[in-house]
Write a protein that binds this ligand. Structure first.
Ligand SMILES: [Zn+2]
Length: 110
């Protein structure tokens, strides 16, 4: 992939330090190994500097890597996204969770 396109893609990324979007001139391509790119970005607003590793390719539909079975993938793909209440429920549960996963999943300790 052309370096110009990789730099153009980085203009949609914001600096984690200040939130400023990167400009093409902020991005330096250190190198690449196939689709794996090593980038250095320097924020023009706050001058924070970051190293970024990114997989960049021009496939329209990237392959999905998963260990889910087909029926599991379909189930979770059609499920609603977690909402605020789901997160609060999990927080409440984990707040008192003692870390006993064996007990949680019904296994006995040996
Ligand atoms: Zn910044």
């Amino acid at each position: 992939m052309e370096e110009r396109i990789v730099k153009q893609l980085m203009t949609s990324v914001k600096c984690t330090g200040c939130g400023q979007k990167y400009e093409m001139r902020d991005v330096k391509i250190i190198g690449n190994h196939g689709d794996l790119y090593f980038l250095q970005v320097t924020c023009s607003a706050c001058h924070s500097r970051y190293m970024i590793t990114a997989v960049v390719n021009d496939k329209k539909n990237a392959d999905i890597v998963s260990d889910l079975m087909d029926e599991e993938f379909t189930k979770f793909n059609q499920a609603a996204a977690p909402n605020t209440n789901d997160v609060l429920d999990m927080y409440a549960y984990l707040k008192d969770f003692d870390g006993d996963f064996s007990g949680l999943f019904g296994y006995k300790k040996v």
